[in-house]
Design a protein around this ligand. Structure first.
Ligand code: GLV
Length: 324
């Protein structure tokens, strides 16, 4: 580390255009200027002596990481709404503050859920692959039939900001919405609105299910083979949170024909995608693109920077994360 008098800040990944410039005047910034994560040894070395670190979901922040950082670390600003990479209690125990980037990625992520929902129900991945393969095809009344959305029950598992934004968009498709959340939302007005259901009932009624709840110890593999089996025959599952849907159980439900289709935005052991899922024609699989728009990534980076600026100026994080 240099002898700079400015507080040292580590940024573990290249940020969207215009974001890093907000840090450089006030701090001695070390940027891992790459789209790929540092390996663990590199990360542990790089974090040593820092006052703040901007992390991504690939950077595991645990006791080892905090030991490597040393006592000067004041904030871990996660460049994500999820925080399952961070042992928040271990940070709290050492007085290290934690922040995430809620709110700013809601619209982009809800849009992606709908892009995947439409792709899965109308078989866009399969259709694209067919054309690009050069195999012969012909329009036919029975060719590549999909699932129609109007009137079809949509279930939303996890009714936080993103779940609510997914539900709002359902009105445009004339889909009745039910949801499950630990805590039901305040009652909807007389015109109805999404209906809270116990998890098992939600599953039994959801011809299309979108999973947006955060990954926690309580939600890991919540949708295992037994719970997936509660969905109506020919249901479609869209997974926006890695680790909540058991990926192998999802692949098996596609293989057996119990599910019509599925779509997955992010994966439990990224960048690995299970071969069992890749083998499924009816699985739409994308490389963790939920929040990937220029505007949203600039806003996420900006919020991570705001959190660092606030804490290193002696204040509280703008969007704090506290132990559950
Ligand atoms: C994305 O996966 C996030 O948690 O922000």
């Amino acid at each position: 580390m240099s002898d700079s008098p400015l507080p040292p800040v580590l940024v573990t990944r290249r940020l969207a255009p215009g974001v890093i410039e907000r840090l450089t005047p006030s701090f001695e910034v070390t940027l891992h200027d790459d789209e790929r994560p540092m390996d663990r040894a590199e990360l542990l070395k790089a974090v040593h002596g820092r006052s703040a670190v901007i992390t991504t979901l690939d950077d595991v922040v645990d006791a080892e990481f905090l030991d490597a950082a040393g006592p000067g670390l004041r904030i871990v600003a996660n460049h994500a709404v999820g925080t399952h990479n961070i042992d928040v209690a271990a940070c709290a125990a050492r007085g290290v503050l934690v922040s995430n980037t809620p709110g700013v990625l809601t619209a982009a992520t809800a849009d992606m859920a709908w892009a995947l929902l439409l792709a899965a129900t109308r078989r866009l991945g399969e259709g694209e692959r067919l054309l690009r393969s050069g195999r012969p095809w012909a329009w036919a009344p029975t060719f590549m039939l999909g699932t129609e959305l109007a009137g079809t029950p949509l279930g939303v598992l996890g009714m936080g900001r993103i779940g609510q934004a997914v539900a709002r968009r359902a009105a445009a498709f004339d889909m009745p919405v039910s949801y499950h959340n630990r805590t039901p939302l305040p009652a909807a007005g007389p015109d109805g609105g999404p209906r809270w259901l116990p998890l098992e009932e939600l599953l039994a009624q959801s011809t299309v299910l979108v999973v947006t709840c955060p990954l926690t110890d309580g939600t890991r593999h919540l949708l295992d083979a037994d719970r997936l089996a509660l969905l109506p025959a020919g249901a479609v599952v869209v997974s926006m949170t890695a680790g909540v849907v058991d990926e192998l159980a999802l692949a098996a439900a596609l293989e057996s024909g119990a599910l019509f289709a599925a779509a997955v935005d992010n994966f439990e052991h990224e960048p690995a995608v299970p071969a069992e899922l890749l083998a499924q024609e009816r699985a739409v699989l994308v490389p963790h693109l939920g929040s990937s728009t220029v505007r949203t990534r600039q806003a996420m980076g900006g919020l991570a920077v705001d959190n660092v600026l606030a804490v290193l100026a002696g204040g509280e994080p703008v969007t704090p994360v506290t132990p559950r």
